[in-house]
Design a protein around this ligand. Structure first.
Ligand code: ZN
Length: 226
């Protein structure tokens, strides 16, 4: 494998473990009593898993790095990719979608305005998406929410208040749909259990069996959104 590898030795650990860092480096941790050769053999056995994981990270990285606030730029929207078409135009709304093209009324060099308009559009989509998704989830759960608000905090993806108000981050519209869905599931399940008890997690997994994948994605890629 032609991939950066870092060795870590733990004085008291018992097991060999492999972790893939955010930058795609493999971190191989082994207890002091285990030889490097044994650890490398262990890594060899897990090679396929590690490679798959690294490829996934790299794909996401290119996806986010290719965000371009300009004419013909590509932007992610749930599981789709939209093309920006930027031109100063009168009439209609300053931003509207036709199939896979997002038409933005701005000077092609004005990346700030493009970004502002696209963000506004994402927020609107987030409002639609979370209303629709949560309405169907609460129906299944036999509960209800009071209000849904769309926020843009850097580190919070969603929250649920005691009063039954749900908040979601609009940046989730740039993540795969499974990720946005998993956050909706998490917060709606808090309408039933306002804690992280095992009953809460059972409910989450029942509604979103791939919750772990989504949570992992957020952990690794969340910081790259917007
Ligand atoms: Zn929670």
């Amino acid at each position: 494998m032609n991939i950066p590898l870092k060795h870590r030795i733990l004085a008291r650990g018992r097991r060999i473990s492999i972790r893939i860092a955010k930058d795609g480096t493999i971190i191989l941790t082994r207890p002091r009593v285990v030889s490097e050769r044994t650890a490398l053999r262990f890594l060899e056995e897990k090679k396929e898993w590690a490679l798959k994981h690294i490829q996934h990270i790299q794909k996401q990285k290119t996806r986010m790095a290719s965000l371009q606030w300009k004419d013909d730029g590509l932007i992610p929207f749930l599981d789709q990719e939209l093309i920006l078409s930027v031109a100063l135009s009168r009439g209609r709304s300053p931003i509207h979608r036709v199939e896979n093209t997002l038409h933005v009324s701005a000077h092609p060099d004005d990346s700030e305005r493009i970004k502002t308009l696209v963000e506004r559009w994402y927020r609107l989509q987030a409002e639609h998406y979370f209303h629709l998704t949560c309405s169907s989830l609460v129906q299944k759960l036999g509960v209800s929410f009071r209000r849904i608000s769309i926020k843009g905090q850097t580190s919070r993806w969603g929250s649920c208040s005691k009063q039954g108000n749900l908040n979601f981050n609009w940046k989730l519209m740039m993540a795969p749909e499974l990720v946005a869905f998993s956050v909706a599931v998490h917060e709606c399940c808090h309408l039933v259990h306002l804690n992280h008890s095992s009953q809460f997690w059972n409910l989450v997994y029942r509604l979103c069996p791939r919750y772990k994948d989504a949570a992992q994605w957020l952990k690794e890629q969340g910081g790259t959104l917007g």
